[in-house]
Design a binder for this molecule. Structure first.
Ligand SMILES: Nc1ccn([C@@H]2O[C@H](COP(=O)(O)OP(=O)(O)OP(=O)(O)O)[C@@H](O)[C@H]2O)c(=O)n1
Ligand SMILES: C[C@](O)(CO)[C@H](O)COP(=O)(O)O
Length: 230
């Protein structure tokens, strides 16, 4: 039987770190324009480039007035006002809303990563389908890593030999992912990506080579850099 492959794009954040002036109310970062179109639209288009993805479900804040226009005309794309207080809450709500079978595949991708190359996306899907196991895009740490003493001094250096920086998409079976997110919420674990929830549930997600272009637009200066990449 055909297992569906659904993409979920959590897009209910406010982008506080991306604001030049955090005290002023401005457009959430996923709706700011890059090369003339909203960042969210770029992120969804990057996913639509792979025809194996059956549909893209975008989870926005309950009172979001921007999604309809930002996503207008995109094929296989739906948006739902099911965003929650944290990214993990948003993803869990979108999963429940999607009504998937437990062994359908779900691929979660940040709205804040509009530079996802088609080749990296294909690598992740290929690996997960081939191994029938979950995984995520990630990059090996390239710099020397320091742990601070809690102030502006170094406590120690940390070996980077097995350290990776997690990106998205992250791809898992829908049932196992929802179970893992709900279990993590039950113990108030600090879950910043899907893989963290799966790890907590005892799984070992596969690391798949990501891309520098797939960086997360987080700080004010990131917009200019992403604009150049796109
Ligand atoms: N309650 C939340 C918080 C975040 N996100 C989404 O999760 C992705 C990655 O989060 P991040 O880059 O941290 O975005 P923000 O939370 O918006 O940024 P900040 O932490 O600077 O406010 C983004 O697509 C963001 O919209 C979400 O759907 N629901
Ligand atoms: C999911 C993620 O993009 C992987 O690097 C990241 O954890 C999101 O974290 P944030 O704290 O919401 O920026």
């Amino acid at each position: 039987m055909h297992k569906k492959l659904i993409a979920i794009v959590p897009a209910a954040g406010v982008g506080a770190r991306a604001q030049d002036d955090p005290s002023s109310a401005i457009l959430p970062k996923q709706y700011r324009l890059l090369k003339g179109q909203p960042m969210l639209r770029w992120a969804v288009q990057a996913l639509l480039a792979d025809s194996r993805i059956d549909e893209v479900r975008v989870a926005v804040a309950p009172d979001d007035p921007w999604a309809a226009q930002a996503l207008a005309g995109l094929p296989r794309t739906f948006w739902r006002p099911c965003g929650g207080p944290t990214r993990a809450d948003t993803v869990a709500a979108a999963l429940r809303d999607a009504g998937l079978d437990a062994d359908d595949w779900v691929l979660v991708h940040d709205a804040a990563r509009p530079g996802l190359p088609a080749s990296a996306l294909a690598r992740l899907i290929d690996l997960c389908l081939e191994k029938s196991a979950g995984g995520l895009l990630a990059q090996p740490v390239a710099d020397t890593v320091k742990r601070s003493a809690g102030d502006d001094t170094v406590a120690c250096s940390v070996s980077r030999s097995q350290l990776w920086l997690a990106q998205t998409p992250q791809m898992f079976p829908a049932g196992a992912l929802l179970q893992a997110l709900e279990a993590a919420a039950g113990i108030a674990a600090d879950i910043t990506d899907e893989a963290s929830a799966m790890e907590l549930a005892g799984h070992a997600p596969h690391l798949v080579a990501g891309s520098a272009r797939n960086f997360k637009v987080t700080w004010p200066e990131d917009f200019d850099l992403m604009d150049r990449w796109l």
